[in-house]
Design a protein around this ligand. Structure first.
Ligand code: PEP
Ligand code: MG
Length: 585
């Protein structure tokens, strides 16, 4: 492919900021597979052979276990996987790629399997054509085992870089050493996909949904990722480069200026103050939440603690206690693990074919009780050291809340018997993120102490629109009137039952949405820590009175696009003095 010059591609602005770096391509959907040159090809070949052998042993062990508990046919599936690992063609071509191309083993193997073997064999070879999912599973295992031998996923990369990929699993973004990976561009994903949320949490500019990204880009091209405007420039010319260097500098200064605003209050001109708290993914973000001026933690997503399997009670207890002590005297809302959807994991056996509508969150652990029991014990124990609130995600039926409350009651009694201290009045809430919960909010409010609206999922389920699929990104509009009506219903229902109602989806940090959310009378907004100063300054440009008018006007409209235009015009007027914000809306 001829290197492109000053090629501009557009995507979805998913995490603000600008990064100018050479690019490393990442292949594979789930595994983070970089291509880099190895100097010791003999060592690399040994690593590869060992990984193949180890994978075979793992599969033989799984087969044995399965044979003992199921019919012989199911266990036979694994014979095909073992045969695949013995496929001479794939093995020899991979070794060739390592030796001649000096390619790292993980990249070489993945490349041979997907680019060469699949295209050559898909017609004749039943294993390949019928079992693409299983091939991916075996490839993942081999690559994991290669990773186990080398010192770390990003270790082959020298210096700083941007990453370009078809898609990157959120857990892999979290594993990228921040000092190396400065920005991300992907073909898949959207503003509220978890990869974008994690990128935002780590302060990495990101553009998602870039069509034909990988067709236009080569390893080591120099690229600009403008996460604020959703632009990727490949091998920029001198004048483009200058423009972006200047923009990047302005953006850095702007962020520095915002940090100095962290002490101001989120209070409107007419004196109404809203609770403004932070969403965190990793415990280390508590510090940045405090630095950026958060009141508390409105959502601690605990999924990252589960990346390598289920953490022990002690491990979880220490983490929750640490967060609660750091954020004192404010509170931390810890959400029980939201397994499934696009959030987990390395364990292929937990994946669903339709994950967003399947085996996710409370549905998993109401059945697999030990995951929940361990997490609740850890949270309760930590509640003796600070203000912790418990939140359950993905509730769709009242019976779920009742079961969860029963389990929580049992765990409390257990701790009492063991004479372990915990906060007996610990608040328990649910995420309202499935339309059924928003519609029945009046009933659900009787069972809990608070609601937190998950606008990412509530939008996705209300509009039947995958939050991570760029093909439908145009339809994914959190300002859709149907979604706004569900938010209003939830707030009104919560207030009529005297419970507080917050919102912790990405919408809470969106400039356009802020007057509207204030006008809908939300009690709390929980946003990415880096968004806090900007959200505060926007709130300080508004009055609650006008926000009420804005909300009622928006609710009377039938089209999301009309609402967006209406809000854009209002904010252009209100935020005249805020250039950086105006550039993004
Ligand atoms: C949401 O759905 O809005 C939410 C906050 O939860 P998550 O993004 O973790 O699914
Ligand atoms: Mg959610």
């Amino acid at each position: 492919m001829i290197r492109k010059r000053n090629k501009i591609l557009r995507g979805i602005p998913s995490s603000p900021g600008i990064s100018l770096q050479r690019v490393i391509l990442h292949e594979g959907e789930e595994n983070l597979i970089f291509k880099y040159e190895v100097s010791d090809v003999e060592r690399e070949e040994k690593i590869f052979n060992k990984a193949i052998e180890r994978t075979k042993q793992e599969i033989i062990a799984i087969k044995k276990r399965l044979k003992a508990i199921t019919d012989p046919y199911s266990a036979k599936i694994f014979d095909a996987q073992i045969l695949f690992l013995e496929d001479k063609d794939v093995i020899l071509k991979t070794i060739n790629s390592i030796k001649r191309g000096k390619n790292n083993a993980a990249w070489a193997f993945n490349h041979i399997v997907h680019e060469v073997a699949l295209s050559l064999h898909s017609d004749q070879n039943v294993f390949f054509s019928d079992r693409l999912g299983e091939v991916d599973d075996v490839v993942s295992r081999v690559i994991r085992n290669i990773g186990g031998e080398s010192s770390g996923i990003c270790d082959g990369i020298e210096g700083e870089c941007n990453l370009a990929a078809h898609s990157i699993a959120p857990s892999n973004i979290a594993l990228c050493p921040g000092k190396k990976v400065k920005g991300i561009a992907t073909e898949m994903g959207g503003r509220t996909s978890h990869t974008s949320i994690v990128a935002k949490a780590l302060g990495m500019p990101a553009v998602t949904g870039v069509q034909d990204l990988l067709k236009n880009i080569q390893n080591n091209d120099f690229i600009i990722i403008d996460g604020s405007r959703g632009v990727v420039v490949i091998n920029p010319n001198e004048s483009t480069l200058k423009t972006y260097e200047e923009r990047a500098r302005r953006y850095r200064d702007y962020v520095k200026g915002l940090v100095s605003l962290s002490d101001i209050q989120p209070t409107t001109i007419d004196g109404h103050t809203i609770e403004l708290s932070a969403n965190i993914e990793l415990p280390l973000e508590v510090k940045s939440a405090i630095d950026f001026g958060a009141r508390g933690i409105g959502l601690f997503r605990t999924e990252f603690l589960f990346i390598d399997g289920i953490p022990s009670e002690e491990e979880q207890f220490k983490t929750y206690r640490h967060c609660a002590e750091m954020i004192k005297p404010n509170s931390v809302i810890i959400r029980t693990v939201d397994i499934g959807g696009d959030k987990l994991f390395n364990d292929a056996s937990l994946r669903d074919t339709n994950p967003f509508l399947g085996w996710r969150a409370v549905r998993v652990y109401i059945k697999e009780k030990s995951i929940l029991r361990t997490q609740l014990r850890a949270m309760l124990k930590a509640s003796a050291y600070g203000d912790i609130k418990i939140m359950f995600p993905f509730i769709s039926a009242i019976e779920e809340i009742k079961s969860l409350n029963d389990i929580l009651g049992k765990v409390k009694r257990e701790l009492k018997r063991e004479k372990i201290k915990y906060d007996e009045h610990i608040e328990v809430g649910i995420m309202v993120e499935v339309p059924s919960a928003a519609i029945l909010a009046q009933e659900f409010a009787k069972e809990v102490d608070f609601f937190s609206i998950g606008s990412n999922d509530l939008t996705q389920y209300t509009l039947a629109c995958d939050r991570g699929n760029p093909r439908v990104a145009d339809l994914f509009r959190p300002l859709h009137p149907a979604h706004l009506k569900l938010i209003k219903n939830t707030v009104d229902a919560g207030h009529s039952q005297d419970i507080w109602v917050g919102l912790c989806g990405e919408l809470g940090g969106e400039t356009l949405a802020i007057p509207l959310l204030l006008g809908l009378d939300l009690d709390e907004l929980s946003v990415c820590p880096t968004r806090i100063p900007e959200v505060k300054s926007i709130i300080r440009h508004l009055t609650l009175g006008e926000c009420h008018e804005i909300a009622s006007k928006a609710l009377s409209m039938a089209s999301a696009i009309d609402i967006e235009k209406y809000l854009t015009n209002i904010l252009k007027e209100k935020l005249k003095d805020m250039d950086e914000i105006l550039a993004e809306i």
